[in-house]
Design a protein around this ligand. Structure first.
Ligand code: PLP
Length: 400
């Protein structure tokens, strides 16, 4: 039966920015007060205070992107040049890039077909050269933080959480991004809070906060506009390079009125995800991996694996069939130049061999599922995917 793709939900448009942002943006435009360090209580400083309070951490430092937050975090850890940083092999290309930028060496760790780091391979790869563990909670899938923190603690290795896409996720009731030494978040448009671009890092460690603040570009005595530093910052004054990746006031003015929307977005995102996941799991050919028992997720997209025997050409046909049905799904390893397929990171000094992660990426499907979707949208998406699977698998039966 041909589908009415006219009613296909748009999964790419963002939610409108709350109108409350408007007055503040008008004020900033009228005064031209866009630099975060000109005024007292500038929007960027207020965002930092609000975000730190929301996450229950002492310090928050707003910057130009999550990738820059990751870079500054690694720099602030003062690792020896070339130190190994363990990172899951399923992540976004900007993450190993941030490790290289910080003069460290990314060591990719296998990821299982539930999209989470393979703890056994992590144990296998951790050694005396390991300076830090950087955990990308990719697409909001939380890796086993208990196991990771245990081995990190045992060896006294800091953990940086790339929680870019995990704002609102809980682990044993604790907020993701607060479990490691530093947590980093993104305000890029596809994340829970949308400023187009932007990032923020959080920590309870005053010394690390001081170092990231100075390096982010708080030159001279601008650090005074960050509360709670005092002694820790004086030690670092004029001793660190400035990487100038500050956030500007307009970004903060766009983000701040979205903070109160977060709970709703998280709740609706999870409801949408679990509804579609449940429908897809009814197929013999699809598995949506379950969350880990300690995890309460905050998804705004859905990933699923193709179960049983699928050839590459069948998977490609499935992508085309879903598209014809009005829903875009992307198989990470089969779409050209995908930035989440590690073999496309040709800038790495050494190309790693990671058969498990590669196998996962060749069969893992990705579809966006924003929080604002309605029940009919969700049904449309599930049906589009299930019918496409049927068409492909039906063809195969027919041919056999
Ligand atoms: C989006 C994302 C990033 C990059 O964030 P930017 O703010 O665009 O630099 C890094 N890691 C993960 C897991 C992401 O989802």
């Amino acid at each position: 039966m041909p589908r009415d793709t006219q009613i296909a939900p748009n999964c790419y448009d963002a939610e409108p920015i709350p109108v409350a942002a408007k007055a503040e943006i008008d004020r900033l435009l009228a005064t031209g007060d866009l630099f975060r360090y000109t005024s007292e209580n500038a929007p960027v400083s207020l965002l930092e205070a609000e975000f730190a309070a929301l996450m229950g951490q002492r310090f928050a430092v707003a910057v130009s992107s999550c990738s820059q937050a990751l870079f500054l975090s690694l720099k602030a850890l003062n690792l020896p040049r070339g130190a190994n940083v363990l990172v899951p092999a399923f992540t976004f290309a900007a993450v190993p890039s941030a490790i290289l930028h910080a003069d460290c060496t990314p060591v990719l760790v296998e990821v299982k077909d539930d999209y989470r780091i393979d703890i056994e391979d992590l144990h296998h790869k951790i050694d005396d050269q390991t300076g830090a563990i950087l955990i990308s909670h990719m697409r909001g899938h939380t890796s086993d933080m208990d196991a990771i923190l245990a081995v990190a603690h045992e060896r006294n290795i800091p953990v940086v959480e790339d929680a870019a896409h995990s704002l609102g996720t809980l682990w044993n009731g604790k907020k993701i991004g607060t479990l490691g030494t530093i947590g980093c978040f993104s305000f890029q448009s596809y994340k829970m809070l949308n400023a187009g671009e932007g990032g923020i890092l959080i920590t309870n460690d005053a010394d690390l906060a001081a170092r990231t603040i100075i390096m982010s570009g708080a030159y001279e005595h601008n650090w005074r506009k960050h509360p709670g530093l005092e002694g820790s910052v004086l030690e670092w004054q004029n001793k660190l390079p400035l990487y100038n990746c500050r956030m500007q006031n307009l970004s903060a003015a766009v983000i701040r009125p979205q903070l109160s929307q977060l709970d709703r977005r998280v709740e609706n995102g999870r409801r949408n995800h679990d509804y579609v996941a449940n429908q897809l799991n009814s197929s013999d050919y699809i598995t949506v991996p379950a969350p880990l028992p300690a995890e309460l997720r905050a998804p705004d997209s859905l990933q699923f694996n193709l179960k049983g025997e699928w050839t590459d050409s069948q998977v490609q046909k499935l992508q085309a069939e879903c598209k014809a049905n009005g829903v875009n799904i992307c198989v990470f390893g089969l779409s050209q130049d995908n930035a989440r397929a590690f073999w496309n990171w040709q800038f790495l000094p050494k190309q790693p061999d990671l058969p498990r992660t590669r196998a996962m990426l060749m069969r893992a499907c990705d579809t966006r599922l924003p929080a604002r979707l309605t029940q009919p949208d969700l049904d449309f998406i599930s049906q589009a995917i299930l019918e496409a699977v049927q068409t492909i698998k039906g063809e195969q039966l027919h041919l056999a």
